[in-house]
Design a protein around this ligand. Structure first.
Ligand SMILES: [Cu+2]
Length: 389
């Protein structure tokens, strides 16, 4: 499937880009030193300072020697998928690779809540679809397979892709077809992927979304535990909890009147025996996406504060965050340390969704108490404002 001319083309583009970047930097340096020599205002007059608009460091990084290796010479790596709440394994390499990812599409009835079933459309037979994890600069060859027994055409728009539709046009396949395209992961970050076949909202509402993580070249900082959680809103004919096989309700979806708002595809997917477990003292990372199709998530972990948030899944780090807003079609990476034991509820803090529509999960932290950080209740007694103290 690989195109030799395409590979040469890629190499040539990067080579030219490298030369342009080098020239631009040289011109910029010459410009500033000339300014400094001739103008006393050089330090504050940036009007001709080319360094202000210097190329983004991320793109300069793609002129690393490893990025110039022709695709044909890259080691081929099979993409290992991670099924929620498990993450895909980190790339754990210091070189560019040609990653081959194969994802199939299914249409199948699965549990939405106790006693409630729904005909999901899925990537990989799961909601969310499996996590894909590659390294910044990787060349990814992606194959989408539409099972012969399916009824609908499907495709995939990966938000990590720079190119037409994020791959949607390239991967549009009828039942019994598969299609392949390739892309270079130009931007590190945490990205949603979703089906983008008309009616797009319906395909997403039926569960067709997941995360593709593009790790920075140096990798993310090590943590003790990683989890994969994606929120989605569902629009059934019946209201929340109404039993039986529920049909999709287009009018309800257009009105954004979700019957269900859930994590990882069903009510209770991360509760009780399905809860996430960690040890006290663990540093925990959650890759959290929001498939939508409609609702933004006010993502919050009750009783914990996010030490670090990669805002919107990008490189901007925020610290000491209570609630982070994750738009539909967006994602975030949060990290936190579980200081004391307990059951911590992760919720959409648009709180009726949590208690009335299903958007609750749990992380159970097991270990020693630390009363210097948190005491359990130390006293309870009647309160009478009129009584003598
Ligand atoms: Cu689809």
């Amino acid at each position: 499937m690989r195109d030799k001319r395409g590979n040469v083309h890629f190499g040539a583009i990067y080579g030219i880009a490298a030369i342009i970047v080098a020239l631009a930097a040289g011109v910029a340096l010459l410009g500033t030193s000339a300014d400094a020599a001739t103008s006393p205002h050089a330090a504050i007059d940036h009007s001709h300072d080319l360094t202000i608009n210097q190329p983004d460091a991320m793109h300069v990084a793609l002129t690393d020697p490893e990025d110039l290796v022709p695709v044909d010479e890259l080691p081929v790596v099979k993409g290992v998928l991670g099924f929620a709440p498990n993450v895909a394994p980190a790339p754990d390499r210091d070189y560019r690779a040609h990653v081959e990812v194969v994802l199939d599409v299914t249409e199948e009835v699965m549990r939405l809540a106790d006693g409630v079933e729904y005909r999901f459309w899925t990537f990989g037979g799961a909601v969310p679809g499996p996590m894909i994890r590659v390294r910044h600069g990787d060349y990814v060859t992606f194959t989408l397979q539409n099972h012969p027994g399916n009824l609908m055409p499907h495709n995939i728009d990966l938000h990590a892709v720079s190119g037409q539709g994020g791959g949607a046009e390239a991967t549009l396949v009828s039942p019994g077809q598969q299609a392949t395209f390739s892309f270079t992961a130009l931007h590190p970050g945490v990205y949603i992927y979703h089906c983008a076949t008309a009616p797009v909202g319906m395909h997403i509402a039926n569960g067709m979304y997941g995360l593709i993580v593009v790790e920075p070249k140096e990798g993310f900082p090590p943590v003790d535990k990683e989890f994969y959680v994606v929120q989605g809103d569902f629009y059934t004919k019946g209201d929340f909890g109404e039993r039986g096989l529920q049909d999709f309700d287009m009018q309800r979806a257009i009105k954004e009147d979700a019957a269900y708002v859930v994590f990882n595809g069903s009510v209770g997917s991360l509760v009780g025996e399905n809860a996430l477990f960690a040890d006290v003292g663990d540093n925990v990372r959650i890759f959290f996406g929001n498939g939508g199709p409609n609702l933004s998530s006010s993502f919050h972990l009750i009783g914990e504060i996010f030490d670090t948030v990669n805002v919107e899944g990008g490189r901007l780090l925020n610290h000491d965050v209570q609630t982070t807003l994750v738009p539909a079609g967006g994602a975030v990476m949060v990290e936190f340390k579980l200081d004391v034991p307990g059951t911590y509820n992760l919720v959409d803090h648009a709180i009726f969704r949590a208690f009335n529509k299903g958007a609750v999960g749990q992380i159970v932290a097991v270990g020693d108490k630390d009363p210097s950080i948190f005491t359990e209740r130390t006293d309870i007694r009647p309160f009478d404002p009129d009584a003598d103290q």
